[in-house]
Design a protein around this ligand. Sequence first.
Ligand code: HQG
Length: 182
Amino acid sequence: MNEKELIRISKRLALHLRHDPAAIGLTLGPGGWVTVDALLRALRAHGFTLTRDQLDEVVETNSKRRYAFDETGTMIRASQGHSVDVDLGLADATPPGVLYHGTVAKFLDAILRDGLRPMNRHAVHLSATLDTARTVAARRGKPVILRVDAAAMAAAGHTFQVSANGVWLTAAVPPEHLHRLA
Ligand code: HQG
């Protein structure tokens, strides 16, 4: 498949595996998992035909590894990014001392006042590298990067999880743990 086709399918998977399973009559099971059969059947019933081979290619080649099969290869889920209420069942993990969050100038006042909030998603998404934070921010405009003092947060009792594709998740980041990078 070409890049355009891969992106088209990935976006459709994000829609149903993260945000709106009901739109194709799908219900996410515990952990956000669905059977591959149910997913492909539901998509087909709604006019979106996808073969198992195509699905495998999207999962394998996806730049952010947004989707993962379970160990049996019969179930699939989005590794993070949900807006539907899903407990990913991730164990708490010790974050690196510093994490990053990429955003844009128009959100800055609110973020420095209220801290980072999950907004429509079930957790705040943080990046392990500046580069990734820049890429996340660039979806919205000129990047503004915040440094998150993850070690200080952990010491203060905040918990973190890391998704299968390396995104750090936490419930919220209070403003005192945020610093704007010049
Ligand atoms: C901002 C993509 C006002 C926050 C990316 C962000 C990531 C606030 C936006 C993943 C705020 C939420 C997540 C506050 C946070 N006041 N604005 N208190 N707290 N915000 O998309 O982190 O391509 O839900 O800065 O690459 O941008 O979908 O979060 O701008 O990994 O796989 O509110 O989504 O991955 O936006 O991105 P999002 P995000 P995918």
